[in-house]
Design a protein. Structure first.
Lengths: 495, 117
C-alpha cells in the first residue's frame, strides 16, 4: 500500500539508474520522486515527506542536498552512488551522514538489500524521533552501567588470561588473571611483556589476525619478564568497526605449561622404562652367563672358570643394583641437605667405597687429596653418590676396553681460588665428540656401559643443584677426565 | 669336523657367554662386535651359522645380515636372532630362531643342533 512514509527522492540524471531504481522500487510499491538537478531536488525535498534519499555523486553540487538533510536534522536513510575513483574521499567525508555507498554501475541486488534495510525505517512508528524524558535517560543509563558491570565481571572471572590489544599490538585492557601473573601492563607492547621466543615473525595468531582480519589460534611459547616460560594456547579474535576495519584484537590465552610438562614427563618415563627394560635384559643375560660359567666350572672341575663366573655374576649384580638405585633416585628426587663437611675425610670415604672394586678389576687406583683439613658446605650423601657414579663408570670403561694396556684411574681433590674441584681421570677407550655431546642427556648410555642411562644425568643434576659445573675432556683411545667444580659461594655462606 | 658358528654382538659379556656355551658343546666359534668386523671375520672363518644381536650401536643387526647374505658364500647362511628388543621376530624373515635376552641356553643349543648338526 502506497503511503506517505514510502517516498524516496532520487537525485540523478543517469537514465539507466533512474530505470533501475524505479524497477526495484516498484516491487515494494515505493514512490520514487525523480530530480535531475540540485535545485529541483531541494524543492521536492522541502514539499514532500521524504524518508529516503538516493543521491548520485556525479550530479553537480550534490553536496547541497546532503547539507540540507543534515541541516533539517531529518531522520532519513541516505544512499550515495559513487564512482570507484572517488570512493575514499567520499567515504571519509560523508561516512557519518550517508548510510550506504553503492558503486556505479549499481547492481540490482545491492539496491534491493539497501531497500530492505530502508523498510525498517518505513514503518510508521519509526518515522518520528521520540524525545526521551529524564526518567527514560536514567533507566537507559542504569541499564548501561549494569551491562558494563556484568561485562567486567565476566571479563575478570574468566580463568584464562585476556588482553585486548590495539592495532599496534599494545595492551589496552587486561583481565584480573593477567594482571595478577604479569602485572598491569596496559600501554606496553604485548610481545615486550610476553616474548614469543623462536617463533618466526608474523607466525603467531595475533600477527595473523592483523594480516587477514580473521580469527586465529595456536600454541606458542611465551617468556615473561622474569624469565619464566609459558606454553600458551592462544585465541586471537579481531574486534571490527562498523565499516569492517580492525579496531582491536581480543586475545585469550590458556596456560598449558603444566599439561605440557606432564606430557614430557610421561614421555621421559616411557623412554626410561624402555631403556631400563632393554638394559636389564642384557644384565640378566650376563648374570646367566656368570651362573653358566660357575655351573660348568664345577661340572668340568675348572676352578678358573668358576672364578670367572663369580666375577661376571658380581659385575652383573652391581650393574643391576646401580640401575635400580638410579631409577629410585629419579622417582624420588629430593632437595639438597647442606652440611659442613671435612673434604679430606669425605674424599677418603668416596675412594674407600670404590677402591676394592677398582683394584679387583686389575686397575691401578691413585688418589691425590688436600694435605690439610678444609671445610665446605655440601650435601655429602648426594655428592658421594655422584662421585662414586663417575668412578664406577671409569672402572667399567677400563674393564670393557679390549686393548691390552695397564689401566689406571686417578681421583684428585683440590681447591682452585677457593672453589672445590674433583677430578676423575681414566686411560680407558675415551669418547668421540658425538658421545661427549650426549653424555649428560637423559637416557644417554655410551657404548659398553649398560645401564638406565640415568647415571650421568643424575650426577649432572646433583652438581647443578650445588650450583657447580661438570666438564668432560676425552680422547678416543687415550682416556677421559671428568672435572667437577663447586663454587666458593657455598663456602662463604658458612662463614 | 666341527661345525662353525660366528657370534655377532656388541656386548663382550654376551659374546663370551655364547662362545663358552658353544665351545663346550663341540662347536668352533669366532666372534665379532660389529658389522664391519663380522664381514671380515665371516670371509676368513666361513661359518655354518650366525648368531646375531639386533641392537648394535654401530650398525643395525638386520642391515649386517643383509650385507652378509649379499656375499655368495653366505647367501643362505642360517641365522639365529638373539636380542632384547621387542618385535625381533619380525626383523629377519629367514631366521631359524628368535631368542629374547636372557635366553635359555638349552633352547639355543637345540636350534643350533637342529640346523647344522
Amino acid at each position: 500500500m502506497i503511503t506517505e512514509s514510502c517516498k524516496i527522492l532520487l537525485l540523478t540524471d543517469n537514465t539507466e539508474l533512474v530505470e533501475l531504481v524505479n524497477t526495484v522500487a516498484a516491487q515494494s510499491e515505493y514512490i520514487i520522486i525523480n530530480a535531475n538537478c540540485l535545485n529541483k531536488a531541494t524543492k521536492l525535498f522541502d514539499i514532500n515527506n521524504i524518508k529516503m534519499a538516493l543521491i548520485d555523486a556525479n550530479i553537480n553540487d550534490f553536496q547541497g542536498l546532503i547539507k540540507n538533510i543534515v541541516k533539517t536534522k531529518t531522520l532519513l536513510n541516505t544512499i550515495l552512488f559513487y564512482n570507484e575513483a572517488d570512493f575514499s574521499f567520499l567515504r571519509k567525508k560523508y561516512k557519518d551522514v550517508v548510510d550506504d555507498f553503492l558503486e556505479h554501475p549499481v547492481r540490482p541486488n545491492d539496491l534491493v538489500v539497501s531497500f530492505d534495510r530502508f523498510e525498517k525505517y518505513c514503518l510508521p512508528n519509526r518515522s518520528t524521533i521520540q524525545l526521551l524524558d529524564n526518567k527514560d535517560i536514567n533507566n537507559i543509563t542504569q541499564d548501561f552501567y549494569t551491562i558494563q558491570h556484568d561485562y567486567h565481571q565476566l571479563f575478570d572471572s574468566v580463568p584464562s588470561y585476556i588482553a585486548v590489544l590495539n592495532k599496534n599490538k599494545q595492551i589496552t585492557e587486561i583481565n584480573r588473571n593477567f594482571k595478577k601473573d604479569f602485572g598491569d601492563q596496559t600501554g606496553r607492547s604485548f610481545f615486550e611483556v610476553l616474548k614469543p621466543g623462536s617463533l618466526p615473525v608474523g607466525e603467531d595468531p595475533i600477527s595473523k589476525v592483523m594480516l587477514d582480519g580473521a580469527s586465529h589460534q595456536g600454541e606458542i611459547v611465551l617468556t615473561s619478564e622474569d624469565g619464566k616460560q609459558y606454553n600458551m594456547m592462544t585465541w586471537a579474535v579481531p574486534i571490527l568497526t562498523s565499516s569492517g576495519n580492525i579496531k582491536q584484537i581480543l586475545t585469550v590465552l590458556a596456560d598449558k605449561t603444566e599439561t605440557r610438562n606432564l606430557k614430557d614427563n610421561l614421555s621421559s618415563l616411557g623412554l626410561m622404562l624402555g631403556t631400563l627394560s632393554h638394559n636389564l635384559k642384557g644384565s640378566l643375560t650376563g648374570l646367566d652367563a656368570g651362573l653358566y660359567l660357575i655351573d660348568t666350572g664345577f661340572y668340568r672341575d675348572k676352578a678358573a672358570r668358576i672364578e670367572e663366573g663369580l666375577d661376571v655374576s658380581k659385575l652383573m649384580v652391581d650393574r643391576i643394583r646401580k640401575m635400580i638405585f638410579n631409577v629410585l633416585y629419579y622417582a624420588k628426587k629430593r632437595e639438597l641437605f647442606f652440611v659442613e663437611t671435612n673434604i679430606r675425610q669425605f674424599a677418603g670415604d668416596v675412594a674407600a667405597h670404590v677402591e676394592n672394586r677398582i683394584l679387583g678389576g686389575n686397575i691401578s687406583f691413585k688418589c691425590n687429596f688436600p694435605q690439610k683439613d678444609i671445610f665446605f658446605n655440601l650435601d655429602p650423601d648426594l655428592l658421594r653418590s655422584a662421585l662414586i657414579n663417575i668412578l664406577e663408570n671409569a672402572r667399567e670403561v677400563c674393564i670393557s676396553d679390549l686393548t691390552d694396556k695397564r689401566y689406571e684411574i686417578t681421583f684428585k681433590v683440590f681447591t682452585d681460588n677457593d672453589d672445590l674441584v674433583f677430578e676423575v681421570y681414566d686411560n680407558g677407550c675415551g669418547m668421540d665428540e658425538e658421545q661427549q655431546k650426549q653424555l649428560f642427556s637423559i637416557f644417554s648410555s655410551s657404548k659398553g656401559l649398560k645401564g638406565t642411562g640415568l647415571g650421568l644425568y643424575i650426577t649432572n643434576e646433583v652438581i647443578r643443584k650445588h650450583n657447580g659445573t661438570i666438564t668432560v675432556t676425552s680422547d678416543p683411545g687415550v682416556g677421559t677426565c671428568f672435572c667437577i667444580k663447586l663454587p666458593n659461594t657455598l663456602h662463604r655462606k658458612r662463614q | 669336523m666341527k661345525k662353525k658358528v660366528l657370534i655377532i654382538d656388541d656386548d663382550p659379556l654376551i659374546v663370551s657367554y655364547l662362545e663358552t656355551l658353544l665351545d663346550d658343546n663341540g662347536y668352533k666359534t669366532a666372534t665379532a662386535n660389529n658389522g664391519v668386523e663380522a664381514e671380515k671375520t665371516a670371509k676368513e672363518f666361513l661359518p655354518d651359522l650366525i648368531t646375531l644381536d639386533l641392537d648394535m650401536p654401530d650398525e643395525w643387526g638386520p642391515k649386517v645380515y643383509r650385507r652378509l647374505t649379499k656375499i655368495k658364500e653366505f647367501k643362505d647362511i642360517p641365522v639365529i636372532v638373539i636380542s632384547g628388543l621387542t618385535g625381533r621376530e619380525h626383523s629377519i624373515n629367514k631366521a631359524v630362531g628368535f631368542f629374547d635376552k636372557p635366553f635359555n641356553p638349552d633352547e639355543v643349543l637345540n636350534v643350533v643342533k637342529n640346523t647344522i648338526g
